[in-house]
Design a protein around this ligand. Structure first.
Ligand SMILES: Nc1ncnc2c1ncn2[C@@H]1O[C@H](COP(=O)(O)OP(=O)(O)OP(=O)(O)O)[C@@H](O)[C@H]1O
Length: 746
């Protein structure tokens, strides 16, 4: 019976087994995967007893839930309900020391980093466990011989499947843990080696009192185990020593015993099968406690940090045994949510590993490192410059066809061939003038895309301009039409037409200034009265490149950071390295911290190159404090990293991470005011949406530093800094929550 003796003194309770003498005990474990109609129960009220210092063989058909059970024992997953005690405490509590160095875990998947050598792999885990380098080296020598490992300079990715599994096995063994949890360690291993592995395990349990839980498909090799749990459909059909199993069933092999148990499951009750009489399904297995030196009515009690004390009495019925109150299950779960301070040595080990990973593939590293500067260069070269060499048809009816349409003009104060004098000021870099004999052929050329438009002068253009000037507001419509420079354009390309309009207007202003100056008038007297004086901030002729530059810098840095981090958890999870590291005692906060340090170091270099490129090479002006601009950019880089972490914690595959990261790219680009001012968004909700994005305020802040030279005391700037910082914490926090929730939902 399990009693909740919360608040009682443990000394008052009978102690039949001290917590430290316990190996692993599982009670009424229930675990399901999926939701709704897809929900399937994998562990169905499973009980398990593993005595300390013994080998426990967990046998069962593929898919019966062995791996699930082991992952709950090592604390990587949680049962939906039920209890587990490992080395005297529930996993995840200081009592059990699990996850941590007390356990050696060999998962079914490789769970090693392919780019590491065998030696580097062991050294990595050595650093995690804070082991002396000499000890790691001596263990490597010993295990290399025991497991017949290839030379330790070989990369894991170049090893055969069997060799990789042996390295994985060595990683589980080398720090000499109290509890070894081995998920099919002998797969792909030849019989001789399999035998020496088993001999080693027996020696570990007999000589050193180590506890081993091992799953295997080679049922007969489990004969060397002290106890065997035969598992089917999420329950143990039998839990007994191999000798007793063979004796009780009167069969020569464990395989046959297992077959018989399976065939009898549901129709025969296992215990009855043993004693040849039917019993109830709930108690359809025998326990091995007697053989393992335990007590038939074994009870164990343990205290948890909050002072709750339980007593479990195994002789009681399962239903009473599992009266562990929901609130206790919840309290245990909440304990695993507890944040602890990152450890220095584990963080250092992870940072070391990340840097090794980063620099191992130097070609790829250089590409990623230089990519932001490359993008910045492409941006500066491709965006924001005025289009050049645009063809415009010129139809000048002022020219005399009989004189070969030669365009002569004067530069003095003479009223002669104004059309030609005007065309002199049309910028040749922007506009290529293509003479056409008449308006209709020029318009046809515009229609067919040969030219962007037509500039037309009437036959009496100069005369009509003079009349218009002298008549002023009394000018006739005929004079107005005759004195105009008629421009018929292809307006289909907004940017090109804006440039053409601007250039043609500027040319007219230059033309009038020129004549007025030649005639000793005030040159600007002919300009329109609206006059733009010296700007408070910025330049009158600032380019679109300069407008976009702050947004581009932040976008480049933000998204390169997203790209760098969006896959980190996924690849670590895929390789299984993350799981293995977590079982070794690494915490998610440490994993996150190590990646942050790693990526942030790279980000520092990338940001420096982007600024160098934009400011020094392409002369984008930065009026404000450069350090402040760099600081805002780095914050956005961190923001991108945090978003990347969130993506990689949410997604299961690289493909879905890419979809999510790419999916966020355009909305961010379009809504954050990078390409177009937010003031151009007419709807209020659109603006609110824009300001709710992580980049919008930061871009405004950087633009203010760049163009206005503002400092961090001004709201536009400090708002950007504060909001970026807030986003970093929100996204990092969410990543940790998602990782932990995923762990609990399996
Ligand atoms: N994350 C998951 N989500 C949904 N179903 C899962 C998940 N992990 C395992 N399962 C399912 O749970 C069942 C038990 O899986 P588990 O890996 O525990 O079996 P196993 O006994 O270790 O099998 P094997 O011997 O083949 O490794 C299987 O049907 C499996 O498909």
């Amino acid at each position: 019976m399990l009693e909740n003796n919360r608040g009682k003194n443990t000394a008052d309770l009978p102690k039949l087994a001290a917590p430290s003498s316990q190996g692993v005990i599982v009670r009424n474990a229930i675990k399901s995967y999926g939701v709704g109609s897809r929900r399937s129960t994998v562990l169905d009220g499973l009980d398990m007893n593993v005595k300390k210092g013994t080998i426990y063989g967990l046998l069962g058909a593929s898919g019966c839930g062995k791996t699930t059970l082991l992952s709950c024992i090592v604390g990587r997953r949680s049962f939906d309900s039920g209890q587990v005690m490992v080395l005297g405490g529930p996993p995840g509590t200081p009592d059990s020391g699990i996850p941590g160095p007390r356990v050696g875990y060999m998962p079914q998947e490789l769970a090693l980093y392919g780019e590491f050598t065998i030696k580097e792999t062991l050294q990595y885990f050595g650093r995690i466990y804070k082991l002396e380098a000499d000890f790691v080296d001596s263990q490597l020598d010993f295990l290399s011989k025991l497991l017949d490992l290839p030379p330790d300079h070989r990369y894991v990715k170049t090893l055969s499947g069997g060799q990789q599994r042996r390295v994985s096995f060595a990683v589980a063994l080398f720090h000499e843990p109290e509890l070894l949890i081995l998920d099919e360690p002998t797969v792909g291993v030849d019989p001789l080696l399999r035998r020496s592995i088993w001999d080693h395990l027996v020696q570990q349990s007999v000589d050193h009192g180590r506890t081993v839980i091992i799953t295997t498909h080679y049922i007969e090799e489990a004969r060397q185990a002290d106890a065997i749990g035969m598992m089917r459909s999420g329950r143990l059909l039998a839990e007994e020593s191999p000798e007793n199993l063979l004796k009780n069933y009167g069969l020569p092999t464990l395989e046959e015993v297992f077959l018989k148990l399976c065939m009898g499951d549901g129709s025969y009750k296992v215990k009855d099968a043993v004693v040849n009489a039917p019993i109830s399904k709930e108690k359809s297995y025998t326990t091995s406690q007697n053989r393992l030196g335990g007590h038939e009515n074994m009870a164990f009690n343990y205290s948890i940090s909050q002072g709750t004390v339980y007593t479990i009495n195994q002789s009681s019925s399962k239903s009473s045994e599992n009266i562990i109150q929901d609130n206790e299950v919840i309290s245990r779960r909440s304990r695993t949510f507890k944040m602890t301070m990152p450890s220095m040595h584990r963080s250092a080990a992870l940072i070391h590993k990340n840097f090794m990973q980063t620099f191992r593939n130097i070609g790829m590293f250089l590409f990623v490192f230089l990519l932001p500067a490359l993008q910045a260069t492409i941006f500066c070269l491709a965006i924001g410059r005025d289009p050049t060499l645009l063809k415009m048809a010129i139809v000048n009816d002022e020219l005399d066809p009989s004189e070969g349409r030669i365009c002569n003009y004067t530069t003095d104060c003479s009223y002669f061939m104004f059309s030609c004098r005007y065309l002199r000021f049309v910028n040749n870099d922007t506009i290529i003038q293509v003479p056409y004999p008449n308006l209709s052929s020029a318009i046809e050329a515009t229609r067919t895309g040969e030219v962007w438009g037509v500039v037309h002068f009437g036959q009496n253009f100069t005369d009509e301009i003079i009349i218009r000037q002298s008549d002023g507001s009394a000018s006739s419509n005929e004079t107005v039409i005759g004195s105009r420079i008629g421009v018929t354009m292809d307006f289909s390309n907004q940017q090109i037409s804006v440039v053409l309009q601007r250039r043609l207007n500027e040319a007219f202003e230059d033309f009038t200034n020129d004549i007025l100056r030649a005639c000793d008038y005030e040159p600007t007297a002919g300009n329109i009265p609206v006059t733009f004086l010296d700007p408070v901030y910025g330049k009158k002729d600032s380019t679109y490149t300069e407008f976009m530059a702050p947004g581009m810098i932040l976008t480049i840095v933000y998204f390169i950071a997203v790209a760098l981090t969006a896959g980190v958890f996924i690849s670590e999870r895929k390789e299984g390295l993350l799981d293995r590291s977590l079982v070794a005692g690494v915490q998610m906060t440490e994993v996150l911290l190590a990646h942050l340090v790693n990526q942030f170091t790279i980000l520092l270099g990338q940001t420096a190159l982007v600024f160098l490129c934009m400011l020094a090479v392409f002369n984008i002006p930065c009026e404000g404090n450069l350090a402040l601009a760099v600081f805002i950019t780095l914050l956005q880089g961190l923001c991108g990293m945090s978003f990347g972490f969130l993506v990689s914690s949410i997604c299961d595959s690289e493909i879905s991470a890419i979809h999510l990261a790419l999916g966020s790219f355009y909305p961010t680009l379009l809504l954050s005011g990078i390409i177009w001012p937010i003031e151009g968004m007419t709807s209020t909700w659109m603006r609110s949406l824009s300001y709710s994005l992580p980049q919008t305020y930061a871009i405004e802040a950087l633009r203010s530093v760049f163009a206005r030279g503002w400092s961090a005391e001004l709201p536009d700037v400090y708002r950007g800094i504060l909001i970026s910082t807030g986003w970093i914490f929100i996204m990092l926090g969410l990543s940790l929550i998602v990782v932990r929730v995923r762990k609990h939902t399996g």
